[in-house]
Design a protein around this ligand. Structure first.
Ligand SMILES: Nc1ncnc2c1ncn2[C@@H]1O[C@H](COP(=O)(O)OP(=O)(O)OP(=O)(O)O)[C@@H](O)[C@H]1O
Length: 568
């Protein structure tokens, strides 16, 4: 994780650790000075002689307090910085993740996994590693050093105490692991159910599903509460037993120290100082034990996010051949594609030439969108060959290819931003140009009537627009992009016939020399296409222009008849 840190971040880490060491030294030296003041007062019984050490002691306390305050700066900088960086890492991953792997992660679960994972990652770095070097190790080292100045035997007792605490902690950890793993699962489930409840209002409300969903959430929530309480109680049991343990050690030290004072081998100041040092030397152990438990549990949480961060990436995005002088020829040779073990496309072979308008039709589930996603390099074929301008798609740098492609996806192609941003992703166009484009997709009047016009936010997935308006806005983006290859996956399903005809006419006009591929359910939409690819159960069963297919293909005829019967 730390490998990706910037130089500024590394400087902050060094500063944080150094400042911590200085504070811990001042604290330990303060106890030593305090002991000397006490013993000198008892020994000399002259206040004037201890004024100078008292002033030094005061200055030392003030310096420690000031430093303690100043540490807040690198501390906050690091903790929030690490958290945000980890979240950005997750989004960076989304930008590169292999599309098929991405489809396997559910949004709700992934968001929770990233939230939990980022927090766990931050705790691992900041609250464990950095805390050890910033606070725990310096405190132990300085405390042991000052104790050794008084009495070496004390060191042996402390070492035995450390071993006992380690054994105790080991048992504790095993119990906590089990509970934490199942707690995380429950939290991710909770997130998945609540996010789908928020997103699917209409489906759930009309199917009266909310009662069932809330009951299920209640059960999960109850389980989370029980498990969280168990974890907390086990943590707290450790603290209670630890406090008992340290107090017993203190009583032994007191008995042993007082005997030495009575025998004239030690002073009251030393006894008090050693008692204070015992607190100093064991407190980091208590903290370490808790941190170590947290660290181990955080590793469980972070490992889940790591699974996401380590998901396969699409290496073709930024590597490969750049297609100069892009034309838009596409060739499929015996392409096969599977989802897991299910065959989706079988031996699909066809060619599309630059400037052609080609429609892909077939019943729902026949593999049309899959075909398009293969052309875009989103999905990777199992076998066969896909060529774009005679270059194997597996060797093409996809981010370069995407500069030449306009794609309107079947899933909502609109995202949560303003109308302007949804049309002009590259911020190149003037308002007048955008409005002219809006006119071609019959949205000009609608947009100009809105109080914020082009700066109106359309809501998540364009929720504030109608289905047809979303599709028209997607067309507006496509017209704005003016790319050489245009791929439309059911772009007019929500449009009325008049709007559809008008937009398609405009499309043919402005994209005369471009390659256009349209996936369509309504055959009426694609009557004028140069060629139609007819898909059935993952195979390409025929191809030709509308009239040819009507004469030749029984299957095409059936589809056309069905559509005409529906219309009449
Ligand atoms: N992520 C996925 N995992 C497993 N199977 C999938 C996945 N996505 C699609 N499929 C399956 O692949 C098959 C082809 O899907 P595809 O979306 O290409 O069909 P389509 O012809 O575009 O259908 P429609 O007209 O309904 O959009 C379908 O049977 C579908 O269930």
């Amino acid at each position: 994780m730390l490998k990706t840190c910037s130089a500024h971040f590394k400087k902050m880490i060094v500063l944080y650790v150094l400042m911590g060491s200085v504070v811990q030294f001042l604290n330990s030296y303060g106890i030593k000075l305090f002991q000397e003041i006490l013993d000198q007062a008892v020994y000399t019984r002259n206040f004037n002689e201890i004024i100078a050490p008292i002033i030094l002691y005061g200055a030392l306390l003030a310096a420690a307090t000031l430093l303690h305050y100043l540490i807040e700066y690198p501390q906050t900088h690091l903790s929030t910085g690490i958290l945000e960086k980890l979240k950005i890492m997750a989004l960076t991953k989304v930008s590169k993740i292999d599309y098929a792997s991405y489809q396997n992660f559910g949004t709700g679960e992934t968001i929770k996994m990233i939230d939990n994972g980022a927090e766990a990652g931050m705790n691992i770095i900041h609250s464990f590693y950095l805390k050890i070097f910033h606070e725990l190790l310096p405190t132990i080292i300085f405390s042991l050093f000052f104790i050794s100045l008084y009495n070496m035997k004390m060191m042996a007792i402390i070492a035995i105490g450390y071993i006992l605490l380690f054994l105790f902690n080991h048992i504790l950890l095993r119990m906590l692991y089990r509970i934490k793993s199942s707690l995380l699962e429950r939290q991710e489930t909770m997130s998945r159910f609540s996010i789908r409840g928020f997103m699917e209002l209409v489906v759930f409300r009309l199917n009266k599903r909310y009662k069932q969903e809330i009951e299920r959430l209640n059960r999960t929530a109850q389980d989370i509460v029980t498990k969280s309480t168990h974890i907390q109680m086990i943590h707290e049991a450790f603290f209670a037993l630890f406090a008992l343990f340290v107090n017993i050690i203190k009583v032994f030290v007191l008995i042993y120290g007082i005997q030495d004072v009575i025998a004239g081998k030690s002073t009251i100041g030393v006894v008090i100082a050693v008692l204070l040092f015992i607190d100093q030397v064991y407190t980091p152990i208590a903290i370490f034990n808790v941190l170590f438990v947290d660290y181990k549990l955080n590793r469980v949480t972070y490992a889940r996010m790591e699974r996401f961060l380590q998901a396969p990436e699409d290496r073709n995005l930024d590597q490969g051949i750049e297609l100069n002088g892009f034309k838009g020829n596409i060739d499929f040779y015996q392409v096969q594609f599977d989802y897991d073990t299910t065959s989706i496309l079988n031996n699909v072979t066809f060619s599309i030439k630059q400037g052609e308008t080609v429609a892909i039709i077939g019943l729902s589930g026949s593999g049309k969108s899959t075909l398009v996603k293969l052309m875009l390099g989103l999905l990777k074929k199992k076998s066969g060959q896909i060529l774009i301008d005679d270059v194997d798609i597996d060797r093409i740098k996809l981010n370069h290819l995407y500069d030449h492609v306009s794609y309107i996806s079947q899933e909502s192609p609109i995202f949560d931003a303003t109308i302007r941003e949804n049309i002009d992703l590259g911020h190149r166009l003037t308002d007048e140009q955008i409005i002219a484009i809006l006119e071609t997709v019959h949205l000009k009047k609608k947009v100009l009537r809105l109080p914020e016009q082009l700066d109106t936010r359309v809501g998540e997935r364009g929720m504030k627009l109608s289905g047809g308006e979303r599709q028209r806005l997607a067309f507006a983006r496509m017209f704005a992009q003016q790319r050489e290859l245009v791929i439309l996956d059911e772009p007019v399903s929500a449009l009325d016939h008049i709007t559809e005809n008008s937009i398609m006419e405009h499309l043919i006009k402005v994209c005369r020399d471009k390659t256009i591929i349209v996936v369509a359910h309504r055959l009426g939409t694609i009557k004028d296409a140069d060629r139609i690819l007819l898909m059935k159960n993952g195979s390409l069963v025929d191809e030709g222009c509308f009239e040819e297919l009507l004469k030749r293909s029984e299957y095409f005829k059936q589809l056309w008849e069905k559509e005409r019967n529906r219309a009449s």
